[in-house]
Design a protein around this ligand. Structure first.
Ligand code: UGA
Length: 430
């Protein structure tokens, strides 16, 4: 099948490479010419395990190419996936201006039937609005369908999530669109949930917000655990064996971050409000998440009896491991709080250093995990990279000024850390 993927950001680039892997002919389109040039030289604009190999493989087999020429890509394709960003607006709603621009350009280039599919996370009813926009800008008499096919991939495991998903959600309003999308995914033998477009759009918001709710729930429990002298990890384990609950997304920490959960929760609250429902449950999820970052900051401040003039070593800048993405990263927010409180900060992240250079002004960016420890009053762990779990604690102890570790990701066993002579504070464990 011939596919155009418009917007080769996270979702679009992974989708392009994976559709090529599924033996479709794919053209990835982006208005950012420098990105297209880089991709033509096999330079990935993002860090994602396995992506470079997959892009190279798609190109080698002649099934994948990239262009900035949207019109040509539309003419050569039967299905057009819209994967452009939907950043948050000031009022929490999603900014759909990129989608509008793309729809107008796609419509202007259409000379025969096309299936236009929304893959970006969008407010319910966006499909209806896309249909109206395409109709307004396309030549009279040209037929088209609009569908929704939300993407559930996670950064860091994106390829695996795309090629072996838990389910595929297809929102269609015509038999023709349904047939095309089922054909497109015929090699993936997973449950396929077929709905109308509005329901499909809402499934994506519902899933992301539910996962965010799990995280805020466990973080709220962690706060109670700290007061009661209980262990939140064991509670998550005890709850997680219940198949109705499950263990995943019950890791207490500094709160959820990234370009999806924070903005999607706010967008869902906003849409619900516009539709006449006050989503107070999600408002609490968001509030708990914001407070959690302050909570981590307060633990460090209390432990060091104030932060003015203190030297902090920080491990982790990305919003989670296996990515270089620092957008809405709890680590970035907490580091900013440390700086504001008068501490000097040295930080290290295995992949996010390049992105951190632009964002974290006034922070000393170190070349490895041990350099941040040198002479620090405390070591603060903010992202759960595997390589931090394997850190040589003897070396750390020698390098630190005081043997204090505040671990916002619960990487170590408190008893063992105490036995090693560390003053060790984590989240939700006394
Ligand atoms: C999330 C969803 O998991 C994907 O299904 C979805 O497709 C994607 O958003 C999207 O909408 O595009 P992602 O943002 O890559 O994926 O990251 P997650 O793995 O979900 O983690 C989000 C945040 O929650 C991270 O900051 C992570 O550290 C935090 N988290 C996660 C916790 O604090 N505790 C947990 O138990 C799990």
């Amino acid at each position: 099948m011939k596919i155009a993927v418009v917007g080769v950001g996270y979702v679009g680039l992974v989708a392009s490479a994976c559709f090529a892997k599924l033996r479709h002919e794919v053209i990835g389109v982006d208005s950012d010419e420098s990105k297209i040039k880089k991709l033509s030289r096999n330079i990935m604009p993002i860090y994602e395990p396995g992506l470079e190999e997959l892009v190279k493989d798609g190109k080698k087999h002649g099934r994948l190419r990239f262009t900035a020429d949207l019109s040509e890509a539309v003419k050569r394709s039967d299905v057009i996936f819209i994967c452009v960003n939907t950043p948050p607006k000031r009022n929490g709603g999603a900014d759909l201006s990129s989608i509008e621009r793309v729809c107008a350009a796609v419509a202007g280039a259409m000379t025969s039937y096309k299936l236009i599919v929304g893959k970006s996370t969008v407010p319910v009813k966006t499909g209806e609005w896309v249909r109206k926009t395409i109709k307004k800008f396309c030549k009279p008499g040209i037929e088209f369908d609009v569908a929704s096919n939300p993407e559930f991939l996670r950064e860091g495991t994106a390829i695996q999530d795309f090629l072996k998903p838990d389910r595929i959600v297809i929102g269609v309003d015509s038999e023709k669109a349904k047939k095309i999308l089922l054909e497109l995914y015929k090699d993936l033998e997973v449950p396929k949930v077929i709905t109308d477009v509005n329901t499909s759009e809402m499934i994506k918001h519902a899933a992301n917000s539910f996962l965010a709710m799990k995280i805020s729930y466990i973080n709220a429990l962690a706060n109670i655990c700290e007061k009661a002298g209980a262990d939140v990890n064991r509670i998550a384990e005890g709850m997680g064996y219940d198949k109705r609950i499950m263990r995943s997304f019950l890791n207490a920490g500094p709160g959820y971050g990234g370009f999806c959960f924070p903005k999607d929760v706010l967008a869902f609250i906003h849409i619900a409000g516009e539709l006449g429902y006050d989503f107070h449950l999600l408002k609490s999820v968001d509030k708990i998440n914001r407070e959690q970052k302050r909570h981590v900051f307060d633990i460090v401040k209390k432990q060091l009896k104030g932060l003015k003039g203190k030297k902090l070593g920080v491990l982790g800048i990305a919003f989670k491991p296996n990515t270089d993405d620092i957008r809405f990263s709890p680590a970035v927010e907490i580091i900013e709080m440390f700086k504001k409180a008068g501490a000097s900060v040295s930080a290290f992240d295995p992949e996010a250093m390049e992105n951190a250079k632009e964002t974290l002004k006034g922070v000393k960016l170190c070349r490895d995990k041990y350099s941040v420890c040198k002479g620090a009053d405390a070591l603060v762990i903010l992202t759960d990279w595997e390589e931090f779990k394997a850190i040589d604690l003897k070396r750390v102890e020698k390098l630190l000024k005081h043997p204090v570790i505040i671990d916002a990701r619960n990487l170590f066993d408190p008893e063992k850390m105490k036995a090693r002579g560390f003053i060790y504070k984590s989240i939700g464990r006394s």
